[in-house]
Design a protein around this ligand. Structure first.
Ligand SMILES: [Zn+2]
Length: 284
């Protein structure tokens, strides 16, 4: 009797697995995607949002040595769309805010190590830099429309939208909803702002981004819906951790997690975060 029970019990456990689960996995492979978020890259400087050239190079070497392959956002989107495959251990690099030092210091290192990356740019900063006579200072300048075009044409750098004018704390915190603002007004404001940068990038730099990075990692459901309606496919948060992307499920690209590459952290710790998928706080 006990044996019969066990037999029935195992059928009960195994049967649904073979009938329902296996085909689902076969049609929808899941891939673990670590994404690293950099900001400034400066010579010999380190901070929460600054890494030195040496740290970046050390990261690139260590990531490759650990068996990861740098992939583009397009490769990840294509995979989800069922149009291509991903390497066994893919990893995506992102650089936020469109700092000129990303072109001056990071771009040559990325090329040297065969890496690609996403540069998420802010329209208001790009516009100011493009109209400034003091552009191209790695310490404080931002990329210009022309430099963005050059990076895009390299085929190594993808351009992401980091809002036109919502990279501010006040009166609106990132793409958050303001007090007293109706949902209709709020949705229109988000759509207008991100759409404005799309138009400017398309007109001035010849690129139409399909990825968007939430300033300060602030996201909301209405903002997500408006961004998707503009044609964005992949939305980056600042939530630390690793994202699992699933073939056939584009919603797995809507809250992509990223590890902030704090300059006070060693390459070894960064790699531990990537491998474990867990955030390791750094003493500052
Ligand atoms: Zn930012």
């Amino acid at each position: 009797m006990k044996r019969l029970f066990l037999c029935l019990f195992s059928l009960f456990i195994i049967f649904p697995f073979f009938t329902a689960r296996t085909p689902v996995f076969a049609e929808q492979p899941r891939v673990r995607l670590p994404v690293v978020m950099y900001h400034n890259v400066l010579n010999g400087r380190q901070g929460e949002y600054v890494v030195s050239e040496r740290q970046l190079e050390s990261d690139l070497i260590a990531i490759k040595k650990a068996g990861y392959t740098f992939v583009s956002a397009k490769q990840v989107i294509d995979f989800v769309d069922g149009k291509g495959s991903l390497p066994q251990k893919p990893l995506l690099l992102t650089f936020d805010d469109g700092n000129y030092n990303n072109m001056y210091y990071a771009f040559p290192l990325l090329k040297k190590h065969g890496a690609c990356a996403v540069f998420n740019v802010i329209g208001a900063f790009v516009s100011a830099s493009s109209n400034s006579s003091q552009a191209d200072n790695p310490n404080y300048s931002h990329l210009t429309w022309k430099e963005i075009s050059t990076l895009h044409k390299s085929g190594k750098i993808e351009i992401g939208n980091h809002t036109y004018g919502m990279h501010v704390y006040k009166p609106r915190f990132g793409v958050g909803q303001m007090e007293g603002e109706s949902e209709t007004q709020y949705r229109a404001a988000v759509k207008e702002d991100a759409g404005r940068l799309q138009t400017e990038l398309s007109r001035r730099s010849g690129v139409t981004p399909v990825v968007f990075a939430y300033p300060f990692g602030k996201y909301t459901t209405p903002a997500k819906e408006e961004l998707l309606s503009l044609g964005f496919r992949m939305l980056f948060t600042c939530n630390e951790g690793v994202t699992t992307v699933v073939r056939g499920d584009s919603t797995t690209l809507h809250y992509v997690r990223r590890f902030n590459r704090n300059g006070k952290m060693s390459t070894k710790t960064l790699l531990e975060e990537i491998e474990s998928g867990k955030h390791i706080p750094v003493d500052s």
